[in-house]
Ligand binder design. Structure first.
Ligand SMILES: *[C@@H]1O[C@H](CO)[C@@H](O)[C@H](O)[C@H]1NC(C)=O
Ligand SMILES: *[C@@H]1O[C@H](CO)[C@@H](O)[C@H](O)[C@H]1NC(C)=O
Ligand SMILES: *[C@@H]1O[C@H](CO)[C@@H](O)[C@H](O)[C@H]1NC(C)=O
Ligand SMILES: *[C@@H]1O[C@H](CO)[C@@H](O)[C@H](O)[C@H]1NC(C)=O
Length: 590
């Protein structure tokens, strides 16, 4: 029926462009292929042909280049558009696919007996999600899906070693998922976990000089970090938030990490008594839970320190589900463990979004397929254009953990950058330790992306560093890549209440919420002056904002059997531009 009507139409349009249905959908071009099964996973079995899953197709965003140039203009304090963030509708116009792209993709779906009308579409239409069987997906993508098992967690995922797209879709489809991203996302307190031997304290009342005074940083902050330490160190203690009816700080949570409300009250009663009885909102998405009998170390750390510094600013904890994704004996459809995409699409679909976000999770960049990383990074560009400041932990393995061998089949030794830390559209936070002076903490993740080229906002700072570095570590990192971290904050000995008990926790997991809370207070200041939020921070902090940081000039981040990089005057890939001085930054942005 479909075919014959097309033939008739075809006669009438002989001289016009070829009807879509005549296209071949089997002249495949490889979109992404792994050389080896991703580390930590083993091939378990072929995926059942009738297993159903939600396939997400990312269409080329027709005016994405304009989105990026708008992002840079509204984020650059020297530009006339500074602070004129885009509305949701304005972003949608720029990321919407061209109608030719939509037509082509719909024809491709129709050729595989899929009903494009029943698909879910993102508001701008650049994401199409529809339920397919493994057999259908394999025909569409010229690949094979299998069940892979993760060694440590014993989780199972349905994924492919590669996927291809018809040549005629080249330049129209950016990403199909789930395909080759296996999702090895981890929390960035991976190395330090809870340090059982570190000292803990149950109240920091003695730290205070007098009631409420935090004029100097107590020396005890070198071994135990509390909100009082951080408020003194980063100079926020005397600031009283005023825009609490508008300003929001968002904490992204994954991996079944639940933020505990009772622990937060205990934490406040011990370390921030004026905040007792204030709480946070939990927003659950994609099947995310909120089990109050199972406090998460990461979740509690994040929320206790964002609230401990930003109080009384409202905080939202996002519990994003997505794990475990697949039970090999159960053929019922489940969600597909694509947590970044789920979280970002959820946030971006809302016309009001928090002005500040922190995320303490990430993957080794090389374990995230480049097309997937690019799509996720581009979604952060949308968030920035909308006026949000987005912080990520830089990672807890210095320049790289383990053997640092490449996974491209050549097993070349090289530094292993982290993603999304390596995305140029986020602000990446490294770690420090001790006070008077602060020094780089040795696990502070830092380095250079192999996917994203160096954005111009940091080229001067990075080239100064590279000149002073000389030939050290030559060949182990990509000099032309996006370099990180951008900034730093304390990352060790954080006093965190977990299950009623105070524990000492570390990791750049602690640094990102700390830095984000300081930024949230700066956003409060801007909003209370009737100004815009700060939005994407990097163009500001590498230019007029640079003098608002305490430069960290000693310590290093060893890894991969090397001494890593060394902190030095100016920007460095251990502590970035340094740690924030709220008072100075307030003057610079005022
Ligand atoms: C894609 O993966 C399959 C195994 O699933 C393999 O047989 C095939 O050679 C791979 N193709 C490419 C281009 O890597
Ligand atoms: C907190 O709430 C409890 C119960 O409503 C109340 O008794 C207590 O006074 C409150 N504490 C503060 C500091 O507001
Ligand atoms: C949009 O975000 C606000 C907070 O920023 C929240 O209160 C509201 O529930 C969200 N709406 C939806 C539909 O998620
Ligand atoms: C180095 O980074 C650039 C992006 O700046 C990228 O195009 C290139 O492939 C990277 N080189 C390697 C060896 O990964």
């Amino acid at each position: 029926m479909f075919l014959s009507s097309v033939l008739l139409l075809g006669l009438a349009h002989l001289a016009a462009s070829k009807p879509l249905s005549v296209k071949r959908w089997d002249d495949f071009e490889v979109k992404h292929a792994w050389a080896e099964v991703p580390r930590g996973w083993t091939l378990h079995a072929p995926a059942p042909a009738d297993y159903m899953f939600d396939m997400r197709i990312g269409l080329r965003q027709n005016r994405f280049d304009e989105l990026v140039s708008s992002l840079y203009e509204v984020s650059d304090p020297a530009h006339s558009r500074y602070g004129q963030h885009l509305s949701m509708e304005q972003v949608h116009e720029l990321v919407a696919p061209h109608h030719d792209t939509v037509d082509l993709v719909e024809a491709w779906l129709a050729a595989h007996d899929l009903d494009a009308d029943s698909a879910q579409r993102s508001p701008a239409g650049e994401w199409i999600t529809l339920r397919v069987s493994v057999a259908q997906a394999e025909k569409m993508l010229g690949n094979e899906y299998s069940i892979f098992r993760h060694g440590e967690s014993e989780e199972y995922v349905v994924r492919a070693m590669n996927y291809s797209l018809p040549a005629s879709l080249s330049g129209h489809v950016n990403l199909v998922a789930p395909t080759t991203y296996f999702g090895t996302m981890k929390s960035m307190r991976a190395t330090s976990h809870i340090n059982l031997h570190a000292p803990t304290i149950n109240t920091d009342i003695d730290l205070l000089d007098g009631p409420g005074s935090l004029a100097t940083v107590p020396s005890s902050c070198s071994s135990t970090i509390t909100p009082s330490c951080l408020r003194a160190l980063y100079n926020t203690a005397s600031y009283v938030p005023k825009a609490t009816n508008k300003n929001i700080l968002g904490v992204a949570g994954y991996l079944e990490e639940f933020a505990n409300r009772a622990d937060l009250q205990t934490f406040f009663s011990r370390f921030r008594t004026d905040a007792v009885n204030s709480t946070f909102t939990t927003v659950r998405l994609n099947g995310g839970g909120d089990d109050q009998t199972d406090p998460g170390v990461e979740a509690n750390l994040d929320i206790q320190y964002t609230e401990g510094i930003s109080f009384p600013t409202p905080n939202i904890y996002y519990s994003t589900g997505g794990s475990p994704p697949f039970t090999p004996d159960d053929n019922t459809p489940t969600n597909t463990n694509e947590p970044y995409l789920d979280w970002l699409n959820f946030i971006l679909a809302n016309s009001t979004i928090p002005q500040t976000f922190t995320t303490s999770y990430g993957d080794d960049e090389q374990t995230v397929p480049e097309d997937y990383a690019t799509e996720v990074c581009n979604l952060f560009a949308q968030l920035g254009a909308r006026g949000s400041s987005i912080m990520f932990s830089s990672g807890d393995d210095g320049v790289g953990g383990g053997d640092c061998l490449s996974n491209d089949g050549t097993k070349t030794k090289k530094f292993i950058p982290n993603f999304p830390a390596s995305c140029p559209f986020v602000t990446t936070v490294g770690g420090t330790i001790r006070v008077n002076p602060e020094v780089a903490v040795s696990f502070s993740g830092g380095g250079f992306s192999n996917y994203f080229s160096q954005p111009s906002y940091q080229s001067s700072a990075v080239s100064t560093f590279l000149t002073s570095l000389g030939s050290t570590n030559a060949g182990l990192f990509n000099k032309t890549g996006r370099a990180y971290p951008d900034v730093a904050a304390q990352g060790e000995n954080f006093q965190v209440v977990i299950g009623g008990r105070t524990s000492s926790v570390g990791g750049t997991s602690a640094s990102s919420p700390t830095f984000a809370a300081v930024i949230s207070l700066l956003n409060d200041f801007r909003l209370s002056q009737g100004k815009s939020s700060l939005g994407f921070l990097n163009p500001l902090i590498y230019s007029t904002g640079a003098t608002g940081f305490n430069d960290i000039t000693s310590g290093s981040n060893p890894g991969c059997g090397t001494n890593g990089f060394t902190a030095r005057a100016g920007w460095d890939p251990v502590t970035g531009l340094g740690t924030p001085d709220f008072g100075k930054l307030q003057t610079l942005i005022g």
